[in-house]
Design a protein around this ligand. Structure first.
Ligand SMILES: *Cc1c(COP(=O)(O)O)cnc(C)c1O
Length: 384
């Protein structure tokens, strides 16, 4: 590529996406139903997860995940959910929406929750764990999942980065009570805004569908009037939300899904080139991926000393990386949460997400790695 290199640049199959959107426009159906149903079926088939409900965002999905598990299991205000402070704030806002206490645990070398740290945070009020598959990595998810099973805790998987991630050959999500995926504009399966919530339990899946359309239940009347009269009549069971997805977003996602494996394969290739080009680079710490994890590679992250100055140096060379994430306790909202998380604090100061998107090739990666080494060396980082 010539010109500036950005962190993300979603590549849409424009003609195919437009054709799919055109179908919605021509038949006059852009809302809930039609393509949203098609996408839910395609997602279940792709992931082999039993249920999937399409939403207007992953944030909505995380909220519903917490809400429905809370109702089902009778959690009280102030009950605790162990989470990571090294995430996008949606993960933790979802707990606060439902008046639960996020209890922050530390991360491991994969930048995902460390099971040992989770164990230290368990109390009689712990109800669940939220695990974030950072950058598409599974980290120590299997260990966390078995800990949750043994202790009767619920497991919520924030799989916002994990569209297409497989573990031991199986798509992720099945190890959790609920998995939530994001198809937001810069995720690895981008639409504009949308997401998917996948409950393991059929009843919670059915329940969730009522909550995403203001608590409206059409089923009661279609069941009692088999001849189709009273089709316009419905009942409202809860103060639900306006969280469901629409057919335009689903049309874009259906096209993206066809290319997801191919795109993720290219992402993994880019990551492997980065690994090669940065091997042994003084001052640059790469992040490992578990051996049996086929990551979506939403991110390629490294840790460097003097991160902010490295960012400026790269920007001067027309390379624009990102930061995922700052310790959530650096935001006023979460500032007073207790619990030492030294690995989070270190990563928060030193993490960089290098450019990673399917418009990049091997030469770009070599180029970026070369500039990164040079910038770090010029700041004396190599001596640390
Ligand atoms: C993007 C993201 C979300 C929120 O996704 P939306 O679809 O934008 O609501 C939640 N968690 C993580 C880790 C994310 O990266």
């Amino acid at each position: 590529m010539s010109g500036p290199i950005h962190l993300f640049r979603p590549s849409f199959r424009v003609e195919e996406a437009l054709a799919a959107i055109r179908e919605c426009l021509e038949c006059g159906w852009t809302g809930l139903g039609y393509k949203t149903v098609e996408l839910e079926e395609a997602w279940c088939e792709y992931t082999a997860l039993p249920h999937a409900h399409f939403l207007n965002s992953a944030t909505a999905g995380l909220h519903l995940a917490v809400r429905l598990l809370r109702e089902r299991h009778g959690w009280q205000d102030g009950d605790e959910v162990i989470s990571t402070p090294f995430t996008f704030v949606s993960t933790n806002h979802a707990l606060l929406y439902e008046r639960l206490q996020p209890v922050f645990a530390d991360i491991d070398e994969y930048l995902c929750l460390d099971p040992a740290s989770i164990r230290e945070r368990l109390t009689p009020r712990t109800r669940a764990v939220v695990f974030v598959g950072l950058g598409g990595s599974t980290g120590r998810l299997p260990e966390v999942a078995s800990m949750c099973r043994e202790r009767g805790l619920r497991l919520i998987l924030d799989a916002s980065h994990m569209a297409g991630t497989r573990l031991g050959g199986r798509h992720v999500g099945g190890e959790a009570d609920v998995a939530v995926f994001s198809f937001q504009a810069v995720k690895n399966l981008p639409t504009a805004d949308s997401g998917m919530v996948c409950f393991a339990d059929a009843e919670l899946d059915a329940e969730c569908r009522k909550w995403t359309w203001l608590g409206i239940n059409k089923d009661t009347y279609t069941r009692t009037h088999a001849d189709g009269s009273y089709r316009w009549l419905y009942d409202v069971e809860h103060v639900g939300f306006k969280y469901h997805g629409n057919s335009i977003m689903a049309a874009i996602a259906l096209v993206g899904l066809r290319y997801l494996d191919e795109d993720n394969l290219h992402r993994r290739r880019l990551a492997a080139w980065y690994d090669q080009a940065l091997a042994g680079a003084p001052g640059v710490t790469t992040v490992p991926t578990p051996a049996d994890c086929e990551s979506s590679r939403h991110l390629y992250q490294v840790l460097v000393p003097e991160r902010d100055r490295v960012m400026v140096g790269l920007n001067q060379r027309e390379i624009y990386p990102g930061v995922h994430y700052r310790d959530n306790r650096s935001y006023r909202m979460y500032a007073d949460r207790p619990g030492a998380c030294p690995n989070v604090e270190r990563a928060s100061r030193s993490v960089i997400s290098l450019p990673l998107h399917i418009g990049l090739g091997e030469a770009d990666v070599r180029d970026i790695a070369h500039h990164l080494r040079a910038v770090v060396a010029s700041l004396g980082g190599g001596r640390q």
